[in-house]
Design a protein around this ligand. Structure first.
Ligand code: BGC
Length: 255
């Protein structure tokens, strides 16, 4: 079965049809630049453009970089505040004329990694952290997701963790890999203290450069692995969540 996945990110809105059995895109993904300001209406127009590019008609899963409960977007840390308390699912379903499922971006990436990537076969507590503009989190135990955990907003040394340990912080403060890895290490130690996971999966674009910073991270008991699906994890996880809603049977379940 194929379902369409869309990933709303700070720089691009990307999507493609996904083959659910294998967690792969069936065609090269299509990307449009994220509008600024990224108001709900402007972003919804881009989602439509991506879906229409493939002439898709069928269920669509969409990621969002904030808390999403019951299809309503609740927070907007790094996007336009117009998203707070918006019925994103209803708005997109009306615009596309298709069934739409919206979920948090890190949750989507986590669902995909658990089924097809670094989390495969792991039944204990697994935490995926996406290091990007912000820090997103997805917490699993027994393969089931606890949605909207928002661990990027934990306090770290008197600051919000994502303001210190995201890749945006690395760029803004022009930190070297070693310096930045030290901050990530402190953050992981804090999250480990709270949850004692067996595995951390580190996602976001930086997962492609794992060899530059993972060797500098020490003293964490849990295994640490880079995400394997990299840029496509959000698209694949969004499609899986939409399939779940439609009673298909993806490999990991969204709570
Ligand atoms: C948001 C999360 C999101 C993360 C990554 C954070 O600022 O609060 O919901 O998952 O950024 O986009």
């Amino acid at each position: 079965m194929n379902v369409f996945g869309v990933d709303i990110g700070g720089s691009g809105i990307k999507g493609a049809p996904v083959e659910l059995d294998r967690g792969r895109l069936t065609e090269e993904r299509h990307k449009v630049l994220t509008p600024h300001p990224a108001t709900p209406e402007a972003v919804a127009g881009c989602v439509k453009e991506v879906v229409d590019h493939f002439g898709w008609s069928g269920p669509v899963g969409v990621t969002f970089p904030g808390v999403v409960t019951g299809g309503t977007t609740r927070t907007a840390a790094n996007v336009d505040k117009g998203w707070v308390d918006r019925d994103a699912e209803g708005m997109l379903a009306d615009l596309l004329g298709l069934p739409v499922t919206v979920l948090n971006d890190a949750d989507a990436a986590g669902v995909a990694e658990m089924a097809f990537g670094a989390g495969r076969g792991r039944n204990g507590t697994v935490i995926l952290l996406t290091l990007g503009t912000g820090i997103g989190s997805a917490v699993f135990t027994g393969g089931r997701l606890v949605p909207n955990t928002e661990l990027g907003h934990l306090e770290l040394g008197g600051h919000e963790a994502e303001k210190r340990a995201s890749t945006k912080a690395k760029e803004d403060e022009d930190l070297g890999w070693h310096h930045w890895a030290h901050r990530v290490e402190k953050y992981l130690a804090h999250v480990e203290m709270l949850f004692s996971p067996e595995l951390f999966i580190l996602g976001g674009g930086v997962s492609r450069k794992a060899e530059k910073f993972l060797p500098h991270i020490n003293g964490i008991r849990a295994a640490i692995e880079p995400a394997q699906l990299q840029n496509n994890a959000g698209i694949v996880g969004a499609a899986m969540a939409a399939a779940e809603r439609g009673d298909a049977a993806p490999a990991a379940r969204v709570a």
